[in-house]
Design a protein around this ligand. Structure first.
Ligand code: 5GP
Ligand code: ZN
Length: 114
């Protein structure tokens, strides 16, 4: 998508701190971290959120969750705990309408979320 911030990051038109990249997925540090570790898992294909998912995205979303576990282990937060968050729409706080999963870790995370 032409004007999507995350598509621009995927195309390297906007710089980012990359943690992992392959042909399907980009993992970067969030520009405004809300926890000591705050990563974004961004599929390279553009769709806005889970309301916009096609059958063809099912495997990709599973891959994101598996990769999140792997990277949590690599970053040393698997034992202490971490949270995966995916916001859908305005009241949930979604600000970038290209599906992404947040990984938050490194502090106690309140429940229920704000
Ligand atoms: P949302 O609110 O849509 O669930 O999450 C969007 C996230 O993207 C926010 O946590 C915000 O800090 C992050 N973000 C927005 N613009 C950029 C950017 O240009 N670079 C990076 N690394 N993160 C961004
Ligand atoms: Zn996009």
């Amino acid at each position: 998508m032409e004007n999507c911030i995350f598509c621009k990051i995927i195309r390297n038109e906007i710089p980012s701190k990359k943690v992992f990249e392959d042909d399907r997925l980009l993992v970067i540090e969030d520009i405004g971290p809300k926890a000591p570790l705050h990563l974004l898992f961004i599929p390279k294909v553009h769709f806005s959120n889970c309301l916009d998912m096609a059958d063809s995205h099912d495997e990709l979303v599973g891959y994101i969750f598996r990769k999140a576990g792997e990277i949590a282990r690599e970053k040393g937060v698997a034992d202490s705990g971490f949270r995966l968050v995916q916001n859908n729409g305005e009241l949930a706080g979604q600000s970038v309408f290209h599906l992404h999963v947040h990984l938050l870790a490194g502090r106690e995370l309140g429940w229920p979320p704000g």
